[in-house]
Write a new protein. Sequence first.
Length: 260
Amino acid sequence: MNDIVAPLIIRERDGQVARVIVGSGLKRNALTSGAWAGIERAVRELATDAALRVMVIEGAAEWFCAGSDITEWAKTSNERVELSFARMEAACTAIEDLPIPVIAKVRGPAAGAGCQLALACDLRIFDARASIGMPIARLGILISASFANRVAVNAGPSVAGDLVYSGRMVGAVEAVELGLANACIPSDDLDRYVEVAIDSILRSSDASIRAGKRALAQLAAPARAAARALAGPATDEADFRRRVRTFTSRRRRGWIRVPQ
C-alpha cells in the first residue's frame, strides 16, 4: 500500500520560492513514516526545477515538528520502525542535497526528528518561543552517527553530548548562542524577518549562491559520508518497545507533556 503523504507546497515569486509545509497541525506536526517519505519525494522533485532559488520549510499551524509520530510505532513491526527512520534520514539528506539555500522557519518545538529536519536546513530562524533538542534516549532510540553529526557540526561535540545525554530542549535564545539557530525573532516579526532573508538571497547572483551551497556541501561531504557508513539499527528493540508502550499509555491518560 502506498502510504506516502505529500506536504503542502506553495510556489511564490514567479516560482523562485517554494514553501514546504509539513504536518497537519495535529500532534504538533509529529510526522508519520509516510509523511517523511512525502517530504523526500517533494524535495527531490523540486531539486530539478532550475527556476527555484530558495526553499522555506515550516510546520503547519503554530508548530514546526515534534519529531516522528510515536503512536505509529506502538503496534507495528520492527521492520516498519526501521523503515520510518530510514525515510526520515532520506528526507533530511534530500534537503541537504538541494543546490539552493533552505530556510527552516521554526515555531514551537523542533524535537527529535524535528531537530534533525531543522538542522538539515542551511539557515534556521526561530520564533522567540521555539525550542530544539534530541529527547530520544527516553524512548530507547539509538542516536545514529548522522544524527550526532548534524548537531555537532553546528554546535560542536560538547553541546551535542549535552543534548544527547540530557535529552533537554533548548530555548530559542540559547539555540542562537549554541549555533543551533541563526536568529531568535519576536513572534510578531518572524514572517517579516524570513521575507527579508528570502529577499537577500533573491537579490544576489543565483550562480554565486549555488556555488556557495556547493562549497559548503563539499566541506560537509566527508563527515556526512563517514556518518552514513556507520549506519546501524535505529533502536534497542526490547527497550524501545517497553518505552513506547509506556509513552503511549501515559499519553492516553494525559500524563505526558510534549516539549515546548
